[in-house]
Design a protein around this ligand. Structure first.
Ligand SMILES: [Zn+2]
Length: 205
């Protein structure tokens, strides 16, 4: 593939992911951001603002590993740094998704021990290294912070130990994978489990 073909391929992945996340209601208003690392190392990510369900190729920009735009006039979201942190940590990561679902927002606001624990669900097996529903999956919850560089330092110690991704309190999830398809499957798995957990807690008296 030419460098242009690689870019077009990544942009199509991002537009498709935005539509799918919107269909589930995980990117309300201008929420969320979506990125892909190209085989040549370039990072394509959604521009700041704009609805992720109605993305066009113009809504995707190139950033460097420092989270800054590679082309004058492009404005990346501040949260781009959290994507870059994941790409820098693991060269096998090829796609990162961030959404603001109702379940992740609500559950993270009531989580008291720094994590949401998912146990006994069959769907847990969608996550890397999980072969049985009998093990529990720990989804770390980090306090929200508008200073994203500072938030990166809080996330850093858990890198490599988050098979289902992580949640920012009152805000949303970060999920990743080697390809966009795998990242989307993991996001769908995590959101399904968080929705189940929310429903389960509503039934408790
Ligand atoms: Zn966000």
């Amino acid at each position: 593939m030419t460098t242009t073909d690689l870019w077009v391929d990544a942009v199509q992945d991002i537009i498709g992911a935005g539509r799918r996340m919107d269909r589930f209601g995980w990117v309300p208003a201008t929420a969320g951001n979506i990125s892909r690392r190209l085989p040549d190392g370039r990072i394509a990510i959604t521009r700041s603002g704009g609805h992720k369900g109605f993305l066009t190729p113009d809504g995707v920009i190139e950033v460097g590993m420092d989270g800054r735009a590679m082309h004058a006039g492009d404005r990346p979201s501040a949260e781009t740094l959290l994507h870059c942190q994941l790409y820098a940590h693991d060269p096998a990561i090829g796609a990162v998704l961030h959404g603001h679902s109702v379940a992740s927002t609500v559950l993270s606001m009531v989580a008291t021990d720094g994590a949401i624990i998912l146990a006994d669900y069959e769907v847990q097996k969608v996550f890397e290294g999980q072969t049985t529903h009998e093990a529990s999956v720990r989804v770390p919850v980090f306090d929200n912070d508008q200073d994203i560089a500072r938030l990166c330092t809080v996330v850093a110690p858990d890198l490599g130990r988050m098979p289902a991704g992580y949640v920012i309190r009152g805000h949303g999830v970060y999920v990743w994978g080697p390809t966009m398809d795998v990242a989307l499957a993991r996001l769908e798995g995590l959101e399904f489990l968080l929705a189940c957990e929310l429903e389960k807690r509503k039934l408790r008296r």
